[in-house]
Design a protein around this ligand. Sequence first.
Ligand SMILES: [Zn+2]
Length: 121
Amino acid sequence: MFPKNKKLKLPDLSKIDHSQLTYLSWNDLRSNKKFIVYELDGNMVGIECKFTPTSKKNYCSVCNCLGEVAYFSTVTKAKKAKNPDYYKSIGNLICADSSECNKKITNVDYLITFLRNSLEI
Ligand SMILES: [Zn+2]
C-alpha cells in the first residue's frame, strides 16, 4: 500500500474502536506525514500525505465540523506525457485528531473524491 515506506510502523489496530471507524488514519509526527486508509470499491487503498499542524480552528473538509485542523496535502499520480517532472499536489484541511474526525463524519463524499483524485482511480 505504501511502497516507499517498507518499514512503515502501523498503528496498534487493537487500540482502535472499530465501531466508530469510517476511515483509518494515523500521523507520523516525526516525518510530518499522515496516512489515510479507506476501503474503496472493496479494496483497501491508502495515501500518504504531508501533514502540517495549524493549531487553529477551522472546518475540516472530511467531516465538515469545526475543530482543530491540520493541513494535509498529497501528490497525485497524474502525469503529463510531455513533462515527466509534472506533478500535481492537492490538499485541504483535516481534523488534527482523526479519531474525533471519525466520530463526526457523516458523509464520505469528500474523502472518496480526494482518494480518487490522488490515486487516479
Ligand atoms: Zn474531520
